[in-house]
Each structure stands twice: as C-alpha cells, then as structure tokens.
Design a protein around this ligand. Structure first.
Ligand code: FMN
Ligand code: MN
Length: 501
C-alpha cells in the first residue's frame, strides 16, 4: 500500500476515506480548539481541518493520528503489528543459504540502503522565505492548549539538530513555548538526544524545525531510537522511500523538502529562560523549569501552508496512537535484546512510563526478575516505574486477564521487587525529580525451584469437549449474546482474542 507523500496527500487520503472534517467556522486556537479536539478524540472522531483559525490565514490540522485506523492508514498497513513484522524481517536476518535466500537477503539490504535520506535541490517548503523583520510566529495558529498554559505552544514539531562532534543527525518532537514573534523555548528533556546535542556544543547550535510532514516522517520524530540513528532513516525505511531533504536557508542543516513550514534558527548554550507550566500528557501541569531559548533566523513555508498541531492532556488523547505505534514498532528490537519476551503492553492510562506489562517464556528460577531488570536497562523503557511480568500464554493487552494473574499468582512478600532508578522527567510523584522508586510484580507461575509449594494446575476445558460444543452449538438453541462469534467459536479466550490488536 502506498503511503502519503506529504501532508496534503495525507489530508486528501483522510478526506477520501471519510476520516476528515473541515471546520469552516472561525475557531480560536486559544483553548477553544482543545475542547473541541478533546471531545472528538474521546469519541473516536475524525481528523479536523480548521480552515479559519482565529487570527491566522493558515489552516490547522489536528487529530490526524487519533484512531488506530488512521494510524494504520498513515503507515499503509492493516495492523500496527505489520510494521513491526517488516522490521523484524531485517533484524532477524541470517547468513543466506542458497541462491533464493541470497536474492531475498539482497532485497532486504537494499531496503535498508534506500532508507537513507536523499538531498534534493528544491523543496516546496521554501516557496516563501521570511528573514529578518519579516519573521513572525504570530502568522501561525499556534494553540494555547490548557487554561494554565502561559503562552501558545508548538506541539507537533520535528526538531532537527546535529551532534557537534560526530555530525550525526537527530530528529525529535519537543514542545516549543512561544516567547515572542522570533523566539521560543525548546523543551529538551534530560534523557533526550536533542538535549545531548545541545549540551555537546560550545557556543551555539543550529536548529531547524519541520512542521506539517507526511505521517510516517512526523511519527519518526517521536520514536525513541538510539542516539546514533537518524530518525529520518527510520522514516525512509518505513515509507519504503527516502525522506527528501533540502539545504536550509540560514543554518547548516537539511530539512524535509515536503514540509509545510520550516523554522530555522540557533540556540545559544548559555541562554535559558523559564519555560512552562504546560498541561502535559501526564494529565497534570508540568511546573516551570529552565529550558534553552530558540532564536529564529528564518521561517520558510509553502504558499498556503497548513499548520499541524496536537493536544496532550489527561489520557486518552491523540498521542496515545503515536505511543502505541512505538510500542508495536519497537517490539522486535526489544525481543532482539531480551528474546524470552513474547509481548508487552504499555497502558495508555499509565501515560507510557508508569507501567509495562510483559509476557515471557519462563525457563529458570528468577527469570521474571531478570526481565524486569532488563527493561529497567533498555533505552527509554528504563524510565518505566512499574513492570508486571506474566507467563507466555497471558494476553498482555487484556488488562482484566493480567489483573487475574497479578491477584492469583502473587505473594506480595515474595514476588514484589522494590528498587530505584531513573524516572521520567515529567513524573511528579517521586520525591526527587528524575530519580526514585520502581516496582516489579512477578505474576508468573512459580514452583519448588523458586522455593514455593507445588504450583496448582490451571483450569482449562479439554480440546475434545470444546470441539464437540462448537459442532453442536446450533442444536442447543441458545441465542448468541453480544458478538455471536465470541460464544460460538468456543474459545474461552474468544473475547480476549478479539480485544487483542
Ligand atoms: C506529542 C508529543 C510531544 C512530546 N513533547 C516532548 C517534549 O516537550 N520534550 C521532550 O523531551 N520529549 C517530548 N516528547 C517525546 C519525544 O519526542 C521522544 O522521547 C523522542 O524519542 C525524542 O527524540 P530523541 O530521543 O531523539 O531526543 C513528545 C512526544 C510526543 C508524541
Ligand atoms: Mn534520537
């Protein structure tokens, strides 16, 4: 399935699929859009194109990622797991045996080679170039999202920097609070690559911000890749064609040619100011804190540029699907390091750093604890506050089933690990910022090898009787309730399998 080439192509696709509503009424980016989007997201509603945001002639696109279906459409897949399958294919490559294997291997290698961004000489993102006194962020319909926010925030940017020592590119999504017509703060949290690039600079660091991208490239800015991997390369791999870049006009960086809007500028290492508060994805206002100041040297854009935005807040919000995409896309990489992991789930209500549920093929005493510590040592998963470990057959996406095993298999005195380590920048619960307690819950079955009594057998109907009842179901004359298939397919886990994505 072809993926959208740029934001316009994506808007067209959404519209053709009945997934977009144009709002022509004048609507205020100051709070009003948030309330509309909050209701729309929670109702599983469409993407919204506000054609007349108050005070701006640029339309505002929001809720483009707000449902699983749209997320899949943006990635050109049927299910989010299909994206992971492609990555797994490459990660699990073995030395080829025989000719067919070799040809297949070469194809895979080519798909990696073709992922590298490609520099082109012209880009639609530079149809209009504004420098000097012409730079004015006031032309964009930047949202003030929540009543306690002191200013408007750019919320869906792809922020591009280069490591001052290696020259390697990094792309990240970090909110940007507007200070005035020509400057913003840059919310580079302590654990992020963007911040590391900034800290590695002596004087000032060039920064470019792309707004309004095709969905995969926009997503890639939020992906937690290891520092030395260029997020545009991941975008190229997932798109099946390279991200095209043009040279920025006033800084030594390349920017996506197909973007709607580019902000160019620099950040002086020494120049920080007080950012926030901001109504964040934790469901709370993150307090004021010092962050660097981004000073613009140019705005370039398409003539009729569309401005993209997103609202975060108490979950569920639109960002849940960006995070779910990451959960699915990164599963093969997680399994590569910890192969006993069958699946994992980061509940939306846990705002993604509060809880990880993980199922494992347990094969030795203490195995659940090994996996907890592996997660606490793995990339951004290391910031997880709670890790719940269940056996391989448990569906980690079915929270009721997980709760059953947490209740049934756990002796709190024996099976709880309390430890401490790094915590998310935004977590307000620990006594200290960035550092505090963690909990691991071992809800796997145990046994004498782990010092317990004999573990009892779980109740399961025999396959023979289930097949019999399947065959005879219509004879019983019992009406199927709810989704008829659930009962008739005879599986105890029928409903759970339906819930499973
Ligand atoms: C909508 C949205 C807003 C985000 N805002 C921030 C932010 O303000 N600061 C931050 O450090 N990370 C933020 N993140 C998370 C980062 O984008 C994510 O951790 C990414 O991997 C960072 O890239 P990096 O590791 O290359 O620095 C946000 C993510 C999303 C989806
Ligand atoms: Mn990165």
């Amino acid at each position: 399935m072809a993926v959208p080439a740029d934001l316009r192509d994506w808007i067209d696709l959404l519209e053709r699929e009945g997934e977009l509503v144009r709002v022509s009424a004048e609507v205020d980016p100051d709070l009003e859009i948030t309330e509309i989007v909050d209701r729309t997201v929670k109702a599983g509603g469409p993407a919204l194109l506000f054609e007349n945001p108050k005070g701006s002639r640029h339309p505002l696109l929001i809720n483009q990622f707000g449902t699983e279906r749209r997320m899949c459409m943006g990635f050109g897949v049927e299910r989010l797991d299909d994206i992971a399958a492609r990555l797994e294919d490459v990660l699990e490559m073995q030395p080829p045996e025989g000719l067919i294997d070799k040809v297949r291997g070469l194809k895979k290698l080519k798909s990696i080679a073709d992922s590298r961004p490609k520099t082109v000489s012209r880009g639609a993102c530079q149809e209009v170039v504004l420098t000097g006194d012409d730079i004015d962020l006031g032309v964009l319909p930047i949202q003030r999202c929540w009543p306690g926010d002191p200013a408007p925030f750019i919320t869906l940017p792809a922020v591009i920097t280069k490591d001052p020592h290696t020259g390697g590119r990094n792309v990240g999504m970090y909110r940007m609070q507007k200070i005035d017509a020509r400057s913003t703060y840059m919310h580079w949290q302590i654990h992020k690559d963007g911040r590391a690039d900034y800290l590695a600079t002596d004087g000032k660091i060039p920064v470019a911000v792309a707004l309004g991208l095709d969905p995969i490239t926009a997503y890639s800015a939020s992906a937690p890749l290891p520092k030395h991997i260029d997020e545009f390369m991941l975008a190229g791999f997932l798109r099946g064609e390279p991200v095209e870049l043009v040279r920025a006009k006033t800084v030594d960086l390349e920017v996506p040619a197909n973007a709607e809007i580019i902000l160019e500028g620099t950040i002086e290492k020494a120049e920080v100011g007080i950012e926030g508060p901001f109504g964040d994805h934790t469901g709370y206002y993150t307090p004021e804190e010092p962050f660097p100041v981004f000073r613009l040297s140019a705005i370039t854009m398409r003539r009729d540029a569309v401005y993209p935005s997103i609202v975060v807040g108490k979950p569920p919000q639109e960002d849940q699907w960006l995070a779910k995409a990451t959960e699915r896309i990164f599963l093969p990489a997680v399994k590569l390091t910890v192969p006993e992991i069958v699946d994992y789930d980061l509940p939306v209500a846990g705002t993604f750093h509060n809880c990880v549920i993980v199922s494992i093929r347990k094969s030795f005493p203490g195995h659940a604890r090994k996996v907890m510590h592996a997660i606490w040592g793995l990339g951004m998963l290391s910031l997880s506050k709670a890790v719940v470990v269940v056996d391989a057959h448990v569906n980690v996406h079915d929270y009721e089933e997980v709760f059953f095993y947490v209740g049934a298999n756990v002796d709190p005195k024996r099976d709880i690990v309390i430890t401490e380590g790094p915590l998310d920048h935004l977590d307000h619960a620990p006594t200290l910022q960035f550092f505090g307690g963690k909990i691991g819950i071992d809800a796997t079955a145990k046994g004498p090898a782990e010092g317990t009594r004999e573990w009892p057998e779980e109740i399961e109907m025999s396959e023979e009787v289930r097949t019999l009842v399947d065959r005879r179901w219509s004879e019983y004359g019992i009406p199927a309730h709810g989704d008829g298939g659930v009962v008739q397919n005879g599986s105890r886990r029928g409903l759970r399998q339906l819930l499973r994505r």
